[in-house]
Write a protein of this length. Structure first.
Lengths: 339, 172
């Protein structure tokens, strides 16, 4: 893809304005370099990568560019602006809101969430205490991932998941490889199910979300920064298995949504939820059902035929393409109009 | 008659400037004590609730003595306008505005500057250490300032008037 293409093509999942939340946390010199980019490029920024001593990299809709000191995009690593130690220092101070001591806990997970739901992954040297990570020091790498809620991303999927006769939804698992819009799709599903969809005659349901990695709702100080609907309770940063049980006991949700199930204990808790008569909305890493079925914990759930809908996502026609919807009971495709 | 008015004015002027000097000596220990208790509040905010620095500064400025409040509210304002300044830059800016209005000495200023250099950039234990150090230094300065005040407050308040009187006597 040439540079000209890069500037003309605007993928539907990227909206303008998200960068406004990021600019204040960038060190001054880098801020002006990024702000000097043409608007068409700014609106496509998905991530900004800092590695001390290495070129600053912007990820734009699947492409990567470097920036020169003047803020001109380039493909030549030789011309690129390299991240200086002082930049890293300032960046860490700015993303921690000048309060490094306040992000110690979050550093254990390797990321922090900014206002606006943007996530910053951080690497450095781990400080261990009794074999467990106490904190990170010598922070040398940062990846700022912009959170962009895409309103309406799940609209075409929704009719396949609603169980109109009972006024709720089918147990659903979204399956996709990384970076195919799984979480974005899940977030919009949550929002629409929670608010209700008048066009489909569907009134909203109480939803509980266990947001272990703060990716779904992008909570900052416990408050969702991304729109997850009116009837949604979010347990932020909570391990999925425990979180699902907590929600089940405390918030009487009709639907529980979680991101990226895979470990045995997650699946165990999921089965508990299924047995409690609460609907499940989950995502899992995988290319297709066959691949999923080979994983021990998930395979068990597929064979038990409890999950009623599997949605396979891909990026054959852009991020968030719905490749297939499969009825989990009959294992037959529901013949999706490609959308 | 004119002479008399002039004499009164000379005595009043030198007397008042003497009182001002005395006031400075008396103010410094008070300001230092107020700073110390403000830093104590900041330490509590950081140590027990890990409040982020802009919020912690606001808390301190609301709860501490008025004389130090401007320093903390100034630093909080600098930090919250998200112009990309670091905590130590914001602290320095606030100090520049706060310092001229106080009776503090340059030594006191450098204690605060040093503290600013380490605010917000390290983990909780380290922050507490730096704050404790600054508080201890301020306590030491407070003791010295109190002794100085005890010696100088009376001296300057008399010296001003007496000096004025001397000038009047010489010129009369």
């Amino acid at each position: 893809m040439s540079f000209a293409d890069l500037y003309q093509f605007t993928p539907r999942h990227c909206g303008p304005g998200a960068l406004d939340g990021i600019l204040p946390v960038l060190p001054g010199n880098i801020r002006s370099m990024v702000a000097a980019l043409p608007h068409t490029a700014i609106d496509k920024i998905e991530e900004i990568r800092f590695r001390q001593g290495k070129p600053l990299i912007l990820g734009l809709a699947g492409n990567e560019i470097f920036l020169t000191v003047e803020g001109r995009p380039t493909r030549e690593a030789g011309e690129a602006y390299c991240v200086a130690p002082i930049d890293m220092e300032r960046l860490i101070q700015l993303i921690s809101n000048s309060s490094f001591y306040a992000i110690e806990e979050e550093l254990k997970n390797g990321f922090i969430t900014l206002p606006g739901g943007h996530r910053v992954g951080i690497t450095g040297k781990a400080v261990l205490d009794g074999g467990k990570i106490r904190t990170l020091k010598y922070l040398s790498g940062c990846n700022i991932r912009l959170a962009r809620a895409v309103t309406g991303a799940a609209s075409s999927l929704l009719p396949y998941l609603l169980n109109n006769s009972r006024g709720d939804i089918f147990h659903t698992v979204l399956v996709s490889p990384p970076c195919c819009g799984k979480t974005t799709m899940l977030r919009d599903l949550i929002r629409q199910l929670s608010n209700g969809v008048p066009e489909l005659g569907f009134s909203g349901l109480t939803l509980g979300v266990v947001d272990e990695r703060s990716e779904i709702a992008g909570c900052y100080k416990g408050v969702p920064q991304l729109d997850v609907g009116l009837r949604t309770d979010v347990l932020d940063g909570c391990p999925k298995a425990e979180g699902m049980m907590m929600l089940l006991r405390s918030m009487s949700p009709r639907v529980i949504a979680v991101d990226e199930i895979g470990r045995g204990e997650d699946v165990g808790a999921l089965e508990e939820v299924l047995n409690a008569g609460v609907k499940v909305l989950a995502t899992a890493h995988g290319k297709n059902l066959a691949e999923l079925a080979e994983r021990p914990a998930l395979g068990r759930i597929i064979r038990s035929k409890i999950i009623e809908r599997f949605v396979i996502l891909g990026r054959s026609r852009g991020v968030g393409t719905i490749e297939e919807i499969i009825d989990g009971r009959t294992m037959r495709s529901l013949g999706v109009k490609k959308c | 008659m004119l002479k008399l008015i002039g004499a009164v004015m000379v005595i009043a002027a030198s007397g008042l400037s003497g009182l001002a000097m005395a006031g400075n000596y008396a103010r410094r220990p008070k300001e230092l004590r107020s700073l110390r208790s403000a830093l104590q509040i900041l330490e509590t905010e950081i140590a027990y609730s890990a409040t982020c620095l802009p919020d912690a500064f606001m808390q301190v400025s609301g709860r501490c003595d008025k004389t130090s409040a401007t320093l903390f509210s100034g630093a909080a304002a600098e930090l919250s306008n998200m112009s990309g300044v670091t905590a130590s830059e914001a602290w320095d800016k606030a100090l520049e505005k706060y310092y001229p209005g106080t009776a503090l000495k340059s030594g006191d200023l450098s204690i605060l500057r040093n503290l600013g250099g380490s605010l917000g950039i390290s983990d909780r234990e380290d922050q507490i250490k730096h704050l404790r150090l600054a508080m201890e230094q301020i306590s030491a300065e407070t003791l010295a300032a109190e002794e100085e005040a005890a010696r100088n407050v009376k001296l300057w308040s008399y010296l001003g008037f007496l000096g004025g009187l001397l000038v009047v006597l010489l010129l009369y």
